[in-house]
Design a protein around this ligand. Structure first.
Ligand SMILES: [Zn+2]
Ligand SMILES: [Zn+2]
Length: 630
């Protein structure tokens, strides 16, 4: 093996390809194959701009005393570091061994370049300012690797538009190296028009440069997806379930990266399509995404790629905790001791809502106020918790007055009453001699037990994913009663594990459907009777509400098919409802007046004659005509 007597010193961010091109010129070889043979010991070695292979052979031939290693070439002089973080551990190892080994074929397919919709550069690219600067400083120009990255269209250093060599890479002999000299750039052209605003492009180029030099190791398979989802959730762009709010995401994203810029970056988003790369990149990755797309996503989410990785740009909607507990009866009142937090999303206010639960049982929710500390006045108390409840109970037993309790428990009297009733420890307020407003402990009677048990079972059906704590919050009084009086039963009829429910008795939905159906018949026959003064439109909501089993219709309609079917046949349209009102008004007026006037009908049935549909108008017209005939 012949060791090289000379090897050019790679410049900062110089592509290995460029170093080898300089070697070829210095060596004075005419045939590229001779150069290949000298460098790699094999004349058939191919040259590669982005992933030069056969590195081990090259390193072995470097002049004695040379400090360069394969790793140095890969890390600082190839484009591989851009792709490595997004491959799994195994593929990343494979990629490295491919470029170290003799035959680098397969590397492009492995890192995802081959299948990518972002195409690679077609000619070597450079920055005019860097070119001049390098010549002044080193006496020669060279190919910078950052300028060869797809998606880098301006120099991150100078902000100037990149130029591309007049020699197309596909036309160059596969053993040859193109040097950064005058001949190869004589006919160069800009990669983008000068009418384009380069500010966003320079920012993107800077992000790509950071990623290229960050020496990131491969992430865990789910890491990116989880981080993306987490930040999207904190921005209200993904639901607590993790589902992305696609439309909102696209809108927010395009506000930062306009479509014309995205097009230049080969990453445009079809706003009408359901399948954009933007929502796909958040899901489990079945295929590789080009680094430019990750960089765009990260910059969008956190301001910069670096802040995404350091976590600096990830803003937790309520800070990092612990958060304050506002339970007034504990020693840690207003101290930051709460560690459990759950984030939900409020559709009405379009705000993130945090739900905080302290170990003392006190739990509250609060809407996000960015950058502001949670204050007592902003919170909505969800549950006072065992400690507070126990104190309330004790005070009631001690027959404390409402004023005393109100001060001790820091709650207004209405709240105290409600809580006492919820807990099942107060039936009603009684005035006792000499004492005002005392709550008398009064557990529900034994008979309400079955009713509570039924309601509890219903909760298990309605909220199959809830654990015991959530269920408890949904019906604290039922839970409290069952806990006291039917402890064993409650234990047997609680979710065993989160998400798993074992019901003792199977519910006969068929029977329920039948009973519900006859209840519906009854409700509909008496519909107008119960609404004596004001008629009520027969809508899905109004009908199902009257059954008291609205949750069945909403949660398990497939289990009550006949009832659902029946409701759908009796609901009224707006017109039908107006006509029903008109009929009633006419029949009532008919008993009072000889001739009923049109304006009377409109006014009394509450219909705006200008807005009424032609169907309603026609009906009134005909009805009144018939009356004159009589
Ligand atoms: Zn430059
Ligand atoms: Zn607490």
């Amino acid at each position: 093996m012949t060791v090289l007597t000379y090897f050019p010193t790679p410049y900062r961010d110089e592509l290995l390809y460029s170093v080898l091109a300089r070697y070829h010129v210095r060596a004075g070889n005419i045939s590229p194959k001779v150069t290949m043979s000298e460098l790699f010991g094999k004349s058939s070695t191919r040259s590669s701009v982005d992933f030069q292979a056969n590195l081990t052979a090259l390193v072995k031939r470097l002049p004695i005393g040379s400090v360069y290693t394969e790793d140095e070439f890969i890390r600082n002089h190839s484009l591989l570091p851009l792709y490595l973080p997004f491959l799994d551990q195994k593929k990343s190892q494979k990629a490295i061994s491919l470029v170290m080994g003799e035959d680098g074929r397969g590397i492009r397919a492995l890192v995802g370049v081959t299948a990518s919709s972002v195409s690679a550069i077609t000619s070597l690219q450079f920055c005019g300012d860097c070119f001049i600067q390098d010549r002044e400083q080193y006496g020669e120009a060279y190919w910078h690797r950052i300028h060869q990255v797809s998606g880098v269209l301006v120099c991150p250093e100078h902000g100037s538009r990149l130029l591309k060599s007049n020699r197309l890479l596909q036309d160059v002999n596969q053993h040859e190296f193109i040097q950064a000299d005058d001949e190869n750039i004589e006919m160069c052209t800009y990669v983008i028009d000068d009418s384009i605003d380069t500010r966003v492009l320079q920012r993107v180029a800077n992000e790509m440069r950071w990623l290229l030099n960050a020496s990131l190791t491969p992430f865990h398979e789910n890491y990116l997806r989880q981080q993306y989802t987490k930040v999207l959730q904190s921005k209200g762009l993904a639901l607590p379930s993790g589902r992305v709010r696609k439309k909102e995401l696209i809108k927010a994203f395009c506000d930062i990266f306009p479509q014309d810029i995205l097009q230049l970056l080969q990453s445009e988003i079809d706003e009408t399509s359901d399948q954009t790369w933007l929502s796909a990149i958040v899901r489990k990755h079945r295929r590789a995404f080009h680094p430019i797309r990750h960089v765009l996503m990260m910059s969008f989410l956190c301001g910069s790629t670096e802040d995404f990785f350091t976590g600096k740009g990830i803003k937790e909607p309520f800070g990092n905790g612990p958060w304050k507990c506002f339970n007034p009866v504990v020693n840690h009142f207003e101290q930051e001791v709460v560690h459990a937090k759950e984030i939900t999303y409020c559709y009405d206010s379009k705000k993130v809502v945090g739900q905080f639960t302290c170990s003392c049982g006190f739990s509250y929710s609060v809407r996000e106020k960015i950058g502001k500390e949670i204050q007592r006045k902003d919170i909505k108390i969800l549950c006072y918790g065992e400690v507070w409840e126990q104190k309330l109970k004790t005070l009631i037993q001690e027959r404390a007055t409402l004023e005393v309790m109100s001060t001790a428990l820091r709650a207004d009297t209405e709240t105290l009453k409600k809580q006492a009733i919820k807990l099942g420890i107060a039936g009603k307020w009684k005035l006792l001699k000499g004492r005002k407003n005392q709550l008398i402990e009064n557990f529900p009677k034994e008979e309400s037990g079955t009713e509570y048990q039924d309601k509890w079972l219903q909760l298990l059906i309605d909220f199959p994913d809830d654990g015991i704590n959530k269920l408890r919050l949904r019906a604290p009084h039922i839970y409290a009663w069952l806990y006291r009086c039917r402890k064993e039963w409650l234990k047997e009829n609680s979710p065993k594990e989160k998400g798993k429910i074992q019901l003792r008795a199977r519910v006969d939905w068929n029977q329920r459907d039948e009973m519900l159906l006859s209840l519906l018949h009854e409700i509909l026959t008496k519909w107008d009777e119960s609404e004596a003064d004001k008629l009520l439109q027969k809508t899905f909501k109004s009908i199902t509400r009257k059954t008291g089993k609205q949750s069945w219709f909403e949660k398990v309609p497939q289990k009550i098919p006949r009832s659902v079917e029946y409701v759908s046949t009796v609901v009224e349209s707006k017109d039908e409802f107006q006509i029903r009102r008109v009929k009633r008004v006419i029949s009532r007026l008919g008993t009072e007046f000889d001739v009923v006037r049109e304006w009377q009908v409109y006014r009394l049935s509450g219909i705006n004659s200008k807005l009424a549909s032609s169907r309603v108008k026609k009906f009134i017209e005909i009805a009144l005509e018939n009356q004159t005939m009589i």
